[in-house]
Design a protein around this ligand. Structure first.
Ligand code: FES
Ligand code: FES
Length: 228
C-alpha cells in the first residue's frame, strides 16, 4: 500500500517534525503561530512590490478592466450534493460562504491562514483548507463539509467512532480532522498509524489530543472493514 503523503501545509518544528510525531505544548503552538504570521507578513510586502511593478509596466488597455472587479456575482456551489446559488465577491473565502451565507457552521474557522486545518473541507475528494480557497474558484466542483454526516459512510464512521475513542476535549479541531481523514479511509480502510499521521499532518489540535484522534481514525477504519 502506498504511503500517504503529508499535507502541504503541515507545520513543522526545527527538527522537521509535525506535532503528530511529538508531544506539542501550548508554547510550541504559540511559537508556530508567531513564525507563520512572520512568513505571511513578508509575503504581503513582497507581493505588494510585485503588484506595484505590474501596474507600472502593464500594457493592458484600460477598457479590459471591469468597472468594479470586486463586485459581487452569483455563483453556483455544489455542497454535499446540493447545488445552491450564492452571491459572493471574487475575494470572498469559501470558509466564509459556507459558514456565513450557507449556515454550515461545522466547518470551523480558527487561524484563517491555512495553518491549523480547522476549516478543512473536501473539494473533488481532496482535503483543502477553506480559509485559503476563494469561493468563486469552488464553483463547478463537488464540495463536502462535515454536515454530510450519514450520507457519506466514511464521514459517518469517523463521526460514530469519535465519542467512543474520546476524539475531542474541546472538539473544535474535530470536524476538520474528520474531513482530513476521509480521503485516507476512502482509499485505504487498513491504514498504518504512519498513514494516519501523514493524512492529518496539516491539522493541529490545540488540546494535544493526538493519540485519541489517531485511535478514532483507526477505530473508524476497523468498523469500515466490518470490525476485523
Ligand atoms: S482556519 Fe486554520 S487552516 Fe483554515
Ligand atoms: S480537541 Fe480541542 S482542539 Fe482538538
Amino acid at each position: 500500500m502506498a504511503k500517504t503523503k503529508k499535507r502541504s501545509n503541515a507545520p513543522k518544528d526545527d527538527a522537521g517534525e509535525t506535532p503528530w510525531n511529538r508531544p506539542i505544548s501550548r508554547r510550541d503552538f504559540v511559537k508556530t503561530g508567531i513564525a507563520a504570521s512572520g512568513v505571511a507578513g513578508a509575503a504581503v510586502v513582497v507581493g505588494g512590490k510585485g503588484g506595484l511593478q505590474a501596474l507600472q509596466v502593464g500594457t493592458l488597455p484600460v477598457t479590459t478592466v471591469p468597472a468594479d472587479p470586486f463586485a459581487p456575482r452569483l455563483v453556483t456551489l455544489n455542497v454535499n450534493g446540493t447545488s445552491t446559488q450564492v452571491q459572493v465577491s471574487p475575494r470572498t473565502l469559501l470558509v466564509d460562504v459556507l459558514r456565513d451565507s450557507m449556515g454550515l457552521i461545522a466547518t470551523k474557522k480558527a487561524c484563517n491562514r491555512m495553518t491549523c486545518g480547522s476549516c478543512t473541507v473536501l473539494i473533488d475528494g481532496q482535503a483543502i483548507e477553506a480559509c485559503g480557497y476563494l469561493a468563486v474558484r469552488a464553483a463547478g466542483h463537488q464540495i463536502v463539509t462535515p454536515e454530510i454526516a450519514t450520507k457519506d459512510p466514511v464521514v459517518n464512521a469517523l463521526q460514530q467512532a469519535a465519542p467512543i475513542a474520546d476524539m475531542g476535549q474541546c472538539c473544535y479541531c474535530n470536524p476538520g480532522i474528520i474531513m482530513a481523514a476521509t480521503p485516507l479511509l476512502r482509499q485505504n480502510t487498513n491504514p498504518s498509524v504512519a498513514d494516519v499521521k501523514a493524512a492529518l499532518s496539516g491539522n493541529i489540535c490545540r488540546c494535544g489530543n493526538y493519540m485519541h484522534i489517531i485511535n478514532t481514525v483507526m477505530l473508524a477504519a476497523q468498523n469500515l472493514r466490518g470490525g476485523s
